[in-house]
Design a protein around this ligand. Structure first.
Ligand code: GLY
Length: 374
């Protein structure tokens, strides 16, 4: 077996997702580390072929990645995805299976997801299912995918009637995060990613929430040191949850869905291209906080702090006035997290603490949707 080494800078961070034999590292580097990806991949995989599925938005960074994999002795084949959630489909998965067949991929073939959540979910799903499972490497290039979808092994595609309805758990062999790619991330996408970042503070880390509040302008300016702290903390928190409840069986991993029951309904009604996922999550967290406040679980102050920080990042805190509550509630009932049509919500019970509630009534949801502003 070839032994390769890859170097990390002294500011770089390594977070481990501890899952026994399926444990893997998340490498977080401040800048320009894509040329080291090949050696990292080689240290964990001995295939001849690397099949890269890349988001069309990151083609500027594709050549260094290709070069790095070549240097590590891989034959490299790339597919570039068209933009949009539409790529996360069974039809697109079938095209990738065909491509793998053409390339004579075998069970060691390394798949590499280079892009945001859509690229990672689709590539992970194809890797999970082709020949009953290929190794894959995640190289997330959006803030949202760095802090959420690239960590934890959820893969999947959408059906025409709902998002992520087909999928499976398949852990990557590693996650490589080069924060430099965030320099060119469009502003709206960056802000959208901040919704998931703020979520971690709300659900499990009040001091982290305070740190975000104190550093708004630095984060908005994409200060490298701050982004490293932010991304590393989110990955650490998520890795910890995933290590304890990989398959969302004990209820712990479900806390990551704070705001998401509302968000999935908002996205379905608004249309997936109208609202970015993080925007829907922001409005969804605010609806959930109002619901919790209506139950007396949290004070007005917490609802207002969440609203202020979301607004500071230009994120919506309200859904559209014209969306009928009963339509939204119907969608929430068919959410894959609902059980037998019973509404279930992750609600804050303090800053940095949430719990699952399965006894929420339609009236409470309607009231939370009707409140505006904070
Ligand atoms: N995005 C929620 C999870 O990974 O469980």
């Amino acid at each position: 077996m070839t032994v390769s080494t890859y170097s990390m800078g002294h500011d770089d961070v390594l977070v481990e997702v501890k899952l026994g034999t399926r444990s893997y590292p998340i490498m977080i580097s401040n800048g320009g580390s894509v040329p080291s990806v090949g050696a990292f991949a080689r240290s964990r995989n001995q295939s001849r072929l690397a099949f890269v599925v890349a988001d069309g938005g990151v083609t500027a960074h594709l050549e260094p990645l290709r070069e790095s994999l070549l240097q590590a002795g891989y034959r490299v084949e790339c597919v570039i995805l068209a933009p949009g959630e539409g790529q996360k489909s069974l039809a697109q998965a079938a095209l990738l299976y065909e491509k793998l067949l053409d390339l004579k991929a075998d069970r060691k073939t390394l798949m590499v997801a280079f892009g945001g959540g859509v690229t990672g979910d689709l590539t992970g799903y194809v890797a999970a299912t082709y020949l009953r499972g290929l190794p894959f490497l995640m190289i997330p290039t959006t803030l949202l995918s760095m802090v959420d979808s690239s960590v934890g092994g959820k893969t999947g595609v959408n059906l025409s009637r709902g998002k992520n309805l087909v999928g499976c758990f398949h852990q990557p062999l590693g996650v490589w995060i080069d924060l430099k790619v965030l320099e060119t991330l469009p502003d709206r996408e960056f802000r959208s990613g901040m919704a998931e970042v703020i979520k971690y503070g709300m659900i499990m880390d009040a001091p982290f929430f305070g740190m975000l509040e104190r550093n708004l302008s630095g984060i908005l300016a994409r200060d490298h040191g701050l982004l490293r702290r932010v991304v590393a903390r989110c990955c650490e928190l998520k890795a910890n949850v995933v290590s304890q409840d990989e398959r969302e069986e004990t209820g712990l991993r479900a806390i990551l869905n704070y705001g998401h029951t509302f968000a999935h309904a908002f996205e379905a009604v608004a249309g997936y291209s109208a609202w970015f996922h993080g925007e829907a999550v922001a409005a969804g967290m605010q609806a959930a906080a109002r619901l919790a406040n209506g139950r007396g679980l949290i004070t007005n102050d917490i609802v207002e702090r969440q609203s202020r920080i979301l607004s500071a990042f230009g994120l919506p805190v309200d859904c559209d006035n014209n969306w009928p509550a009963d339509t939204l509630i119907d969608i929430m009932r068919s959410d894959k997290k609902a059980e037998a049509g019973q509404l279930r919500f992750i609600l804050p019970v303090g800053l940095g603490e949430v719990r699952l509630f399965a006894d929420v009534t339609v009236d409470e949801v309607t009231a939370a949707l009707a409140k505006r502003g904070v």
